[in-house]
Design a protein around this ligand. Structure first.
Ligand SMILES: Nc1ncnc2c1ncn2[C@@H]1O[C@H](COP(=O)(O)OP(=O)(O)OP(=O)(O)O)[C@@H](O)[C@H]1O
Ligand SMILES: [Mg+2]
Length: 329
């Protein structure tokens, strides 16, 4: 059995060892666990758009990594019965990239732009007319006598996803008719996701083990699924193929995930702050633990803050008493 690497569990991209997230991705809206309000709203808008024979309004999803934004974008396209084209903010560097994509969309298609807060400003402004009135003004010859042509586009639905809604400009946000925020999942819903995933992976799991995984997954389905896959490995080697509580406990220990749901990196972040007299700036923390500032903010801190282990203050990141306990554990 290969080494169990803690940080893998929080990794955003699909891992080679995972065979992607796709096997475990809900295939129908009805299979999507939790986020009731979001799912109900979307289902209603989808139904309304379909019955009027119109394209659906543009949708913006925000929320921490791994809560299901990409999954929901796929489900919207599926339910609308249209194709989905996926792009990601940082990939669309030149406005020309976007022109190519927009002009090739089939009528009613869904254009999914992940990490939409990282779309360059020039591309963003370009999208305004496309989103509002379905046309693009393309400048042919920049300069004093600049010439531009107006390209009309097929109607489409833009679905944007962001882990940082705050970074979107107000005019951009205003162009989305549907704004939905995904929140971390309660443990009971995560337990349901773990159970379903275990069935799909063909591995048995005890109820108590299922709840244990749910409790350690930071409210995040992707993390729950990652942990489950690693536990399946442990079960195959040491547990006669079934994930018992003993297997789950041993696997979590091997992954370095503690009772607070913290990984080694979380503990390093906390220790770093503790060593700086309990308060440190994000930059300092990033350098000390050798991780990017964005990753610390998006991936690690939300859980630390929710658990009351760390606070963001004008003085920087401040560790709480509970945080000191967790760091020492
Ligand atoms: N509500 C859910 N029910 C069941 N499984 C889910 C749910 N939400 C997410 N998942 C699972 O978690 C995985 C991660 O979800 P997804 O890729 O949609 O997250 P994301 O919000 O797009 O994350 P990122 O911000 O990192 O792109 C999916 O492959 C799916 O298996
Ligand atoms: Mg995604």
């Amino acid at each position: 059995m290969g080494d169990l690497v803690t940080e893998e569990v929080l990794e955003r991209e699909a891992l080679p060892s995972d065979g992607g997230d796709n096997l475990l991705r809900p295939q129908r809206m009805a299979d999507f666990v939790g986020q009731r309000k979001v799912v109900d709203n979307l289902s209603l808008f989808i139904q309304a758009a379909k019955s009027r024979g119109e394209t659906m309004d543009h949708v913006l999803f925000s929320g921490m990594p791994g809560l299901g934004k990409t999954t929901l974008a796929h489900l919207i396209a599926d339910e609308l019965g249209v194709n989905m084209h996926a792009a990601s903010g940082p990939m669309l560097e030149k406005p020309g990239d976007l022109v190519g994509i927009l002009t090739r969309l089939e009528p009613g298609a869904v254009l999914f732009i992940d990490e939409i807060h990282r779309l360059p400003r020039s591309a963003e402004e370009f999208l305004y007319s496309a989103m509002e009135d379905f046309y693009l003004d393309v400048v042919l010859e920049p300069g004093i006598q600049s010439r531009s042509v107006r390209l009309s586009l097929q109607k489409f639905t833009l679905v944007g996803a962001t882990t940082r809604e705050g970074l979107l400009t107000a005019p951009f946000r205003a162009r989305f008719g549907v704004l939905e925020r995904l929140d971390p999942y309660p443990e009971c819903e995560l337990a349901e996701i773990v159970l379903r995933s275990a069935v799909r992976l063909g591995v048995g799991i005890d109820e108590v083990a299922c709840n244990l995984v749910a409790a350690r997954s930071r409210g995040t389905p992707r993390i729950a699924n990652r942990i489950l896959r690693r536990l399946r490995d442990v079960a195959e080697v040491k547990g006669r193929g079934r994930i018992s509580v003993a297997v789950a406990e041993e696997g979590l220990r091997m992954l370095g995930i503690d009772a607070y749901g913290l990984t080694e990196m979380d503990r390093r972040i906390l220790r770093c702050i503790a060593e700086h007299d309990g308060a440190a700036g994000l930059k300092t923390v990033a350098v000390a633990v050798g991780e990017e500032e964005d990753t610390i903010e998006d991936t690690y801190e939300p859980h630390l803050i929710r658990q009351g282990l760390l606070r963001k203050t004008p003085r920087g990141r401040v560790i709480t008493d509970r945080g000191r306990e967790a760091a020492a554990a």
